[in-house]
Design a protein. Structure first.
Length: 165
């Protein structure tokens, strides 16, 4: 018998978790968030970057409510691969909510730009031309709680490009 025969083999369904973990790492989501959002020093386990990765992973599995993400983290193996294995059990809805507050306070658009810039550089995405759509829509008046055809008729408003003239 060969000396390198494995006698005990355990298999686990991990789905696309290894691929997801690889791209999270390449995209730099966790370190960029952790670099720019300070974590409360009392929080010892889950950083904002790790919480964001947990929430993004849950969304990809169509788990949208914070309280369900906690159960998802404990029942599914995917977060053990997307996060460090010892972090998956620390996903609690109060930590996720705290992260959402921190993301909002920092500015989600600013954070998106930092991550996007990192991804453009990492994946060598050609960006000779960039279109930044600043379209805005404003509607004023009684929406009638969308109960009648009249509630969707726009009665007053001006484009921001016209307002600037």
């Amino acid at each position: 018998m060969a000396a390198n025969v494995i006698k005990n083999v355990q298999t686990q369904a991990v789905g696309f978790a290894p691929i997801l973990a690889h791209y999270f790492e390449k995209c730099g989501i966790q370190p960029i968030i952790d670099e720019h959002l300070s974590t409360d020093p009392r929080r010892k386990v889950l950083t904002h970057g790790q919480a964001a990765v947990a929430m993004i992973t849950a969304i990809l599995f169509q788990v949208m409510q914070l309280y369900r993400i906690c159960r998802f983290a404990s029942e599914k193996k995917v977060l053990k691969r997307a996060l460090a294995p010892d972090r998956a059990g620390t996903v609690l809805d109060d930590r996720l909510a705290d992260t959402l507050d921190a993301l909002f306070a920092f500015g989600i658009g600013d954070l998106e730009m930092l991550i996007t810039r990192h991804m453009i550089q990492t994946f060598e995405i050609q960006s000779q031309a960039c279109h930044n759509d600043t379209t805005s829509v404003s509607v004023y008046g009684d929406a009638d709680n969308n109960k009648t055809e009249e509630s969707i008729r726009i009665g007053f408003g001006h484009s921001k490009s016209i307002a600037a003239i």
